[in-house]
Design a protein around this ligand. Structure first.
Ligand code: NAD
Length: 458
């Protein structure tokens, strides 16, 4: 507790020196962050292997490479982003000029989850550094090898009064949340997101909440089914389904259900071989608790298993399990699945589907496979979600030009690319008034002032 309080005090003092505000300082430290990753790529891969059995391919594409490309993108643009922006000024303010200045909040607390332990800790950190903040990172206790390595590397390359890692569980997290920091960036479950928001409310600290939920994947009757199947299997089995934006359940037009199931079976073999459990590149379920949770979900479903169903407790791996004939109140539909179980619900009418999805918590992501632009426009316009990908899954989050975040129960705020810089910056509005003349209209003693004001202001 004392260590945490002292650390925050030290960071606040360091921030007050103004050093982190210099753009050169930010660039220099982003380059340091880049070298932390490039110099230690192998150790990072090994930690991910130990914690999650992540293959080198997945570790690079979804974590290490992702963070490196976010740093490069930021380095390319940061000088432009930091400049005050001139904005228009209304006629009522004739003679003056208006600007938006970006300023760092101060000390940012970043709390991250276990499923992409490098990406979800370091991608927000890029935003925090780029915007000129100090930062404290609290990685997940469920990936001890990666969290320990992040702690060691960050302590080696950065002074703790600027950037520090505090390892620990929920209790440590709560202690950090008790402190008066200047910004909180939380990635994790909806349940803990509520705790974070409550803690932030005590100090009126601004927050970003990157949460989860059930992301639907709609496959319409005109979809290119083999391609849809391949992209669904890819997105669902990345990290063994333990991805916040994984397709959580399928909504399939009843006329194409059988052909989609057939193609999913083929895509599964094509991408992972006949036995995914023995595929050494297949990620494991994070721990026994989650392994049992997923098994319980498979046991209690009233649906019919059409593919998979097997699991191996010794390696904590579960096959892609496709469960057909699911109803909206099945056990698989109660909570975010966060594993390789894929329930199938069929629909006849789009309007009915839109009604059902819209009556549930707003999803973090929505996927739609269709060749019909009218269908995609209808879904995009009528359903609320954080992000959407038409004719693919998960891919939208890797485009730095698209903000990534949820809405309502799936999150507040967004990041990636410039949005990360914006998220960790406060926008200061500045009006620079002229002293060359003074328009008398707004003064109570101005002649005919109100008449003119009424004309201009309507
Ligand atoms: P979690 O909410 O259990 O934990 C996240 C972090 O919060 C961890 O660092 C943990 O130590 C801390 N924490 C746990 N309990 C706490 C408490 N009571 N008070 C304060 N802090 C606490 O989430 P998780 O299991 O690590 O991750 C899985 C969840 O995260 C899923 O719901 C998933 O959808 C979501 N997620 C969202 C995104 C996104 O970008 N939107 C990304 C990855 C994961």
């Amino acid at each position: 507790m004392e260590h945490i309080s002292n650390l925050i005090k030290k960071q606040k003092q360091f921030f007050a020196t103004g050093r982190t505000k210099s753009v050169d300082f930010r660039i220099h430290n982003l380059e340091i962050l880049k070298s932390i990753i490039t110099d230690n790529e192998q150790s990072l891969m090994e930690a991910l292997k130990k914690d999650l059995n992540k293959s080198e391919f997945e570790a690079y594409t979804t974590e290490i490479g992702f963070v490196l490309s976010e740093i490069s993108f930021t380095l390319k643009n940061i000088r432009r982003w930091c400049k005050p922006k001139r904005v228009k000024t209304a006629l009522t303010h004739f003679g003056s000029k208006s600007y938006v200045y970006k300023e760092p909040y101060g000390v940012a607390l970043i709390i991250s989850p276990w499923n992409y332990p490098i990406n979800l800790a370091l991608a927000p950190l890029i935003g925090a550094i780029a915007a000129g903040n100090c930062a404290i990172l609290k990685p997940s206790e469920l990936t001890p090898a990666t969290s320990k390595l992040l702690h060691e590397l960050i302590s080696e390359y950065f002074p703790s009064e600027y950037i520090a890692v505090i390892e620990g569980d929920a209790e440590t997290s709560k202690m950090l949340l008790n402190e008066d920091v200047d910004y909180i960036f939380f990635t994790g479950s909806i349940q803990v997101g509520k705790i974070v928001m409550e803690a932030a409310a005590k100090h009126l600290t601004p927050v970003t909440l990157e949460l989860g939920g059930k992301s639907p994947c709609i496959v319409h009757q005109d979809a290119k089914i083999p391609l849809a199947a391949k992209r669904i299997v890819w997105g669902k089995l990345l990290n063994a389904g333990q991805t916040c934006v994984a397709p959580d359940y399928l909504l399939v037009h009843e006329s194409i259900k059988e052909s989609l199931i057939k193609e999913i079976k083929l895509a599964m073999i094509d991408l992972y071989g006949k036995n995914v459990i023995t595929n050494s590149n297949y990620t494991k379920i994070i721990n026994e608790k989650h392994f049992k949770r997923l098994n319980k979900m498979m046991d209690s479903t009233k649906g019919v298993v059409r593919l998979g169903g097997a699991c191996d407790i010794s390696t904590q791996k579960i096959e892609l399990t496709l469960v057909d004939e699911i109803t909206w109140n099945d056990s698989t539909m109660e909570e975010e699945i966060f594993g390789p179980i894929l329930p199938i619900i069929t629909y006849k009418e789009l309007d009915q589907l839109i009604k059902e999805v819209s009556s549930r918590p707003k999803p973090l992501a929505l996927y739609l496979f269709t060749e019909n632009n009218k269908v995609s426009s209808k879904i995009i316009e009528e359903i609320s979600f954080g992000s959407c990908c038409v004719n693919d899954t998960v891919y939208q989050i890797a485009n730095p030009y698209l903000p990534f975040g949820g809405v309502g129960p799936s999150g507040t705020g967004a990041y990636h690319g410039k949005k990360s810089f914006d998220e960790f910056s406060h926008e200061k509005s500045v009006l620079k008034q002229t002293t060359l003349f003074d328009i008398p209209l707004r003064y109570p003693n101005g002649k005919n002032g109100l008449k003119l004001i009424k004309k201009i202001m309507k």
